[in-house]
Design a binder for this molecule. Structure first.
Ligand SMILES: *Cc1c(COP(=O)(O)O)cnc(C)c1O
Length: 390
């Protein structure tokens, strides 16, 4: 049997302007970088604080390779838990103000592990409609447990769902802390109040909030002073932290059950020492260089003001700034023209976002200079007019 039939689907994607090709970053990944042979200013990376090339993180990675080797060659439960894995989990728990944490291979895996491990028949998941794909997939994996979706950040709808779920045993409310495509923040205080009133469990995915919101980047729960009132916090080590991985923070019983039952934890090899050491160094930097987060927010405000003064909406709550182009064709055209003008802003199209909300998702970082931000605003302004977006 040949796989040639897949070409039909590829053609369909191309005709719908949602087909993607990989673009290659060549060499050093600074804000000014080389992509597909062209020098551009990068506005698409989740490298919020510039930590992927921070000298202290690089040094820590080198040292860990020398002291512990390049890989672990085992899952955590056999011989893949090293002293530094334990140290990272203790440090993360301290950072998140929780009893315990457990590190997984990625944020995606952390969501899968949490959702598929803690529920059983008779339970229900209540999920925001714009939650990340990894949450949606995890919910699909735990059949026969039903998932009830509530309209994005709509607290009346969430309450309706909670009322209707009174006969279920455990009710899990799950939400992104910061929504990855619109850059808006979940109304966590209201969610927590509702959860307490209706006796539900709350899980927050803080992938885009870690290193961005809260004291020293502790995340959205800390940002809202809700420490101790959210049962499960998922975080990623792959975005602002600059390395790779995900973690689940919560009470010790949660960690214990995950160690024993979470399949992504049990059946996939643990992080290489260099990655673990990088994350430990990143936690140090969050404590010792809070000015990075200040710079991130200063740049964010500056960029949004510039965009708004040109007539772009640019009204998100975080450094994620969606520049809505309309349909996928227009978004891809805008992305291509930005690229030709030296600005890298990848188009985000269906199914990642709704068909008529295709966009360039700009991510402002602490490493951008005012000159970079000015150049981006000016280019967006010219192209926005040319394409009839503003
Ligand atoms: C990126 C992201 C993830 C996945 O994290 P990785 O560490 O990249 O696997 C999970 N949830 C949200 C909301 C994300 O934005």
């Amino acid at each position: 049997m040949s796989l040639a039939y897949l070409q039909e689907e590829i053609t369909r994607l191309q005709e719908a302007h949602i087909y993607q090709e990989l673009r290659t970053l060549e060499g050093a990944q600074h804000v000014e970088c080389v992509i597909n042979g062209k020098k551009v200013i990068n506005f698409s990376s989740n490298n919020y604080l510039g930590l992927t090339s921070h000298p202290k993180l690089i040094e820590a990675a080198h040292q860990a390779i020398d002291s512990h080797g390049v890989g672990t060659a085992s899952v955590r439960t056999i011989i893949g838990t090293m002293d530094i894995h334990q140290e990272l989990e203790l440090r993360l728990a301290e950072f998140k103000h929780t009893e315990a944490t457990l590190v997984l291979q990625s944020g995606f895996m952390a969501n899968t592990a949490a959702i598929t491990t803690i529920l059983s028949e008779g339970d229900v998941i209540i999920s925001d409609e714009l939650n990340h794909a990894s949450i949606i997939d995890a919910c699909r994996m735990v059949k026969p447990i039903p998932t009830q979706v509530y309209r994005h950040k709509d607290m009346n709808h969430l309450e309706e769902r909670l009322k209707a779920a009174k006969d279920f045993h455990h009710k899990l409310i799950v939400t992104d802390g910061v929504f990855s495509m619109d850059g808006d923040i979940a109304p966590l205080p209201d969610i927590v109040n509702l959860a307490e009133a209706y006796d539900a469990i709350v899980m927050v995915d803080d992938a885009h909030s870690s290193g961005v919101l809260g004291k020293n980047g502790r995340g959205s729960v800390n940002h809202f002073n809700l420490d101790g009132r959210v049962d499960i916090q998922v975080g990623t080590l792959s975005k602002a932290i600059g390395a790779m991985g995900g973690y689940i923070a919560g009470p010790e019983v949660l960690r214990k059950i995950l160690i024993n039952k979470a399949r992504p934890f049990l059946f996939s090899t643990s992080h290489p020492p260099s990655v673990v050491a990088t994350c430990l160094a990143a936690l140090d930097v969050l404590q010792t260089e809070p000015q990075l987060i200040d710079k991130l927010w200063e740049n964010t405000r500056y960029f949004k003001q510039g965009m708004q003064s040109l007539g772009f909406q640019a009204d998100s709550d975080t450094p994620i700034v969606p520049v809505i182009a309309g349909d996928s064709e227009k978004a891809q055209k805008l992305s291509q023209k930005l690229f030709e003008a030296g600005i890298y802003g990848q188009a985000i199209v269906f199914p990642t976002v709704a068909k008529d909300k295709a966009r360039i998702r700009v991510i402002v970082t602490a490493s951008h200079t005012k000159a970079h931000l000015d150049q981006a605003v000016e280019t967006f302004g010219q192209l926005g007019k040319e394409l009839g977006i503003i």
